[in-house]
Design a protein around this ligand. Sequence first.
Ligand SMILES: Nc1nc2c(ncn2[C@@H]2O[C@H](COP(=O)(O)OP(=O)(O)OP(=O)(O)O)[C@@H](O)[C@H]2O)c(=O)[nH]1
Ligand SMILES: [Mg+2]
Length: 281
Amino acid sequence: MRRAVVLLGGPDSGKTNYVGRLWPELDAKKGRLIAAQQPNDITFVLEVADHLFSGNFAPRSEHTDKRRDFEVVVADREGSEETAIVVPDISGELWRNAVQDCEIAQDWMEELRRANGALLFVRVGSDQDVRPLDWVTSQKMLAKLGGADTPGLPTQVMLCELVRFLEVTLADRPDGSRPRLSVVVSAWDLVDPQKFEEGPKAYLQREYPLLAGRLDDLHRLNVRVCGLSVVGGDLKADPSCRDELLESGLDGHGWVAAENENGTWTKDSDLTLPVAWVIGR
Ligand SMILES: Nc1nc2c(ncn2[C@@H]2O[C@H](COP(=O)(O)OP(=O)(O)OP(=O)(O)O)[C@@H](O)[C@H]2O)c(=O)[nH]1
Ligand SMILES: [Mg+2]
């Protein structure tokens, strides 16, 4: 069976680094999902993984108008039926343009229709995050600028629109149940212990209240929120995380913050979790 899992999110939201980390995780065969066959062409994924292996985050996919697909056949560890998953990595710039112009290219539209699940990325501490401006102040500012430079589309407005795309396009799952959406708050290693404890849902409520409200009110999609750290720390600011990685490789580095039944959050070392849930039974 072939399933598409769509990866969406604004610029700099962590999509590419996740795809690059997902492959070594599937290949290590320790998580809920394992690679069942060697994929055909994964040059782009290997390139991203190489950055991580050498102790750096992979650079953003700015100005690439080509989508890059990661296709792999997976199974769960009990050796259930194999599922081919296709994870297209499209740059956040293109997603943002699609929202701004109210237009999605035909081939993505078809991909979304075929997909029965998606991962929506939001990142902690991104300088690409666009905040809604105070209306009065921004009017004054715009008047001063002569209206030349309009502020960009606020990130949470863009995210709400992406959720709407998903609502109208994603197909029901083969068993007739609602399509699933994993909302992934990436770079979750950057938050302090208290924020970690409150969890990524509370983070969304505080930082992107419009999006959080929208997610609470979704009837068509089954939503789960998680936090993500692709290597367990910040390779740019934390030399010890980098050294450890260089010494012992990717295996065992990185985690997903998942919600327990009692509402607490814990780290799960299985990085396939957001995808496993989306395609799982
Ligand atoms: N600390 C930390 N930073 C991360 C993590 N994942 C991604 N980042 C940071 O986020 C930046 C953007 O990540 P990308 O994977 O390039 O994001 P993207 O969504 O593919 O961005 P576009 O290609 O522009 O759409 C990286 O360069 C890192 O600086 C993480 O797990 N932890
Ligand atoms: Mg990218």
